[in-house]
Design a protein around this ligand. Structure first.
Ligand code: GLY
Length: 315
């Protein structure tokens, strides 16, 4: 059974961005599913789908990534093959177009799991990734607006303040991207890519490149998470949800149980997508929105879900 699901991050998307995000998610599912249908493997499908999302500036990954407190673009990504538990990740990496593809190089070309910062960038050049500036004008404007808000009374002395800021303005979170895919041979892969949360402190690494936190895959299932990374790191959400599938929960039930766990413990904004080895697809989130697109062989066409309730295409 072939199956794929992608997410465009948890958020409260502004109306004008919803249609762009829906189209981006749909294009990513189409690209990944085309790989699966032509006999390609889950890892290729996953990388391809995430590349499409990274290249779309509406999402907070690759081109158009969110900026750090000091106005830099510092991206995180990871990708994992379920059958072998091979995983590759990069963190705090700049000047690269597709961090998920660099993460795959870490997995396939090194003995390591995670490369960070300057080292990751040096490795990118060795692997032939050209220098690329992922900062868009749209993000620079958003950063300036947020910095103004912060400077005008909402101080950012420590993380709790940023957390409060995110609660009041959840639109600043959107949106890490991710994919889980199952190919016809039963291989499951998961991948996640992000610019991190807006105004994160320099040096801060979130859940996305941490195996078990933002991304995880085994022979039983795969998961990719989104939201405030500290929540996933404290609960090891992606691994926990995959373990739920191992003990027999379906992908939808495992995703729901994962978000219940978040709500009953750290209680921070989070979302997760899942696929189990039978090709069941699941997703759950405690945010207002989390746009997801998915398809498996039992479905006639791609389904899109997690759109804000008050959004109408014809408005
Ligand atoms: N989930 C993305 C981050 O917190 O960096």
């Amino acid at each position: 059974m072939r199956a794929i699901i992608v997410h465009g991050g948890v958020s409260e998307l502004k109306k004008e961005k919803v249609e762009r995000a829906v189209n981006g998610v749909k294009r990513a599912v189409e690209a990944g599913y085309a790989v699966l249908k032509s006999g390609g493997d889950a890892l290729d499908a996953c990388e391809k789908a995430v590349n499409v999302l990274e290249d779309d500036p509406v999402f907070n990954a690759g081109t158009g990534s969110a900026l750090t407190l000091d106005g830099q673009c510092a991206m995180d990504a990871s990708i994992m093959r379920g059958s072998t538990l091979q995983v590759g990740a990069v963190a705090d990496v700049r000047n690269v177009k597709n961090p998920i593809s660099l993460a795959r190089k870490v997995m396939e070309e090194t003995d390591h799991v995670l490369l960070v910062g300057e080292g990751a960038e040096k490795f990118a050049r060795i692997m032939g990734f050209p220098e690329y500036d992922p900062i868009t004008e749209e993000r620079r404007m958003e950063w300036k607006k947020l910095m103004d808000r912060v400077m005008n009374g909402r101080s950012l002395k420590h993380w709790k303040k940023l957390s409060e800021l995110i609660k009041k303005h959840p639109e600043i979170l959107h949106g890490t991207v991710g994919c889980v895919a199952l190919d016809e041979r039963g291989e499951i892969a998961a991948g996640t890519s992000t610019g991190g949360v807006f105004l994160k402190l320099f040096g801060r690494v979130g859940d996305t490149p941490i195996p078990g936190a933002g991304t995880y895959a085994t022979i039983y299932g795969g998961a990719s998470a989104t939201g405030i990374g500290e929540a996933m790191m404290r609960t090891l959400l992606a691994k926990t949800v995959v373990d739920f599938m191992k003990i027999g929960l379906s992908a939808p039930k495992a995703a729901e149980a994962g978000i219940d766990l978040i709500n009953n413990t750290v209680n921070m904004m989070a979302g997760i997508i899942t696929i189990d080895r039978h090709g069941n697809i699941g997703f759950a989130h405690n945010s207002r929105d989390m746009i997801v697109g998915f398809i498996n062989e039992n479905m006639d066409s791609i389904e899109i879900s997690g759109i804000p309730e008050d959004w109408r295409k014809d408005d």
